[in-house]
Design a protein. Sequence first.
Length: 241
Amino acid sequence: MIPSFTNADNRASIIHREIKRRITELVYKPGDKLSEVRIAEELGCGRSPVRTAFTRLQSEGWIEISPQSGTFVRGLTDDEITEILEARMLLEAHLAGRAATRMSEAKMAHFRRAFASFGKRISAERMDEYLELDLQFHLAIYEAAGNKVLSNVLLNLVDKVRWIRAASKSSPTRVNSAFTEIGQVLDALEARNGKAASTAMRAHIENTMDFRRLREPAKESSAPTASPQKLRQSLKRRGRG
């Protein structure tokens, strides 16, 4: 239930965050119909702040609102996911290079201990824990790099990154390869080698993109707005079909 003491704007913001959390964690899956009445009842609020939250979620691309058929959760198409990964590859490689000379020794030591706690491989039981730590590591790089403009672009993608991870059901093989790659990024940061950190981060995200491309032929789009046939045609046009 939403706290009663919040004002209308805060209430709508809280509801917006809660609905988006449910979408990014796949409580609400692509294609699910969202009921304004039901969500208002679940959160103990009126319909007005839910309607405001829906409008914002639509502008952010999380839902589709149709006067005829209702409000539905939308997923990200494969093309959208590729575009997000491309943006991350370019920006994070640059920020990792900057962070190599700026991240504090204490912060690097914290991540070294945290990653070391997983041992040589990520067990299935700790997969979610590792993925959250990995995300926190990326966020720490954004902060340490000291470029607010680029960092804000990436921060605005964090929720979509969370959705992609939840929707893709990360392969244990890929997660363990990524674990090794992140270790190489951390090695470069600890060595204060900006070029190596940039190269390692770029390779890390490129490998994620390559892994997705290998899996694409066997997958259908996560978004209900794009048919598998249209996606295959799109991929062929881009030279990946």
